[in-house]
Design a protein around this ligand. Sequence first.
Ligand code: GZL
Length: 328
Amino acid sequence: MKRMLTTLLSVASAGVLAACGSGPAQDAGPAGGSTGGAITMGFSQVGAESGWRTANTVSIQDAAKAADVDLKFSDANGEQENQIAAIRSFVQQGVDVIAFSPVVRTGWDAVLLEAKNAGIPVILTDRAVDTEEPDVYKTFLGADFVREGQWAGEWAVKEFAAAPAPVNIVQLEGTTGSDPALERTTGFAEAIATDPKLTVIASQTGDFTRSGGKQVMEAFLKAHPKIDLVFAQNDDMALGAVEAIEAAGKKPGQDIKIVAIDATRDGMQALADGKFNYLVECNPLLGPELMDLAKKVVAGESVPARVVTEDQTFDQQQAAAILPERKY
Ligand code: GZL
């Protein structure tokens, strides 16, 4: 089990979270609900597309309660315009701090400038943005997605070292234009480039959802008679791929190996069951650290520009031991 050195801090896993995949976490109510906490935070969440997202939402809502932060939580249902509208609403309401997980990397300059001009600090969590505007957010809290992709690729190179050429890989990409999809693709490609017999023969977005992963994998199986490995950029798409592979009469984890990123409970179960072969964790429990950063930012304290969470990896042997205590 590898553990990436934490560049700045590890994210403490806090709180008992509902098992992933148990349906979207209850919204904390429409933006505007408040309970008179020490500071008010407007949070715009991507949506409820995956087990990871559910765990992330619960972590943020639980941490806000524990930190006495009034949380105005908005679920964007995967749409950037909904996030932009929510951020504008938070500015109009005069919240103390805005935090959000940007569904895609681009298109945020105008609304981030509006928050800056209103004197409301912004924190990016989970995903980063591309912007030319200086000082439009105070810090980024989240994982190093390139490293996650590299770890998945490094495992693939080792796993297929003795295999004959070609080793055909299909890639299930996350949401098009999102930070994790772009960077995990980069990291994985860099790692497998060390062994030319490993080739990505097909790559398509499954939008980080189980149904998306299943649909894309069904098409890949029809188009490609020899697939040796699936690299799925999250567990949910990998679990959808398992359904497609089994429906095609093949054994996931044996006929077609699977490496995925997130390591949520459902993914860890598939790893323990031998249907996945390797998992790279992306810790969703960002809530406690986000609240600490928010209080510092509102108090005018300086915070690091980038706060990278700790990741680790799991193989099948480790999965069975980990499962009983897995909180998400
Ligand atoms: C990663 C996060 C990704 C997860 C997916 O930090 O943005 O979005 O890997 C989720 O499961 O949908």
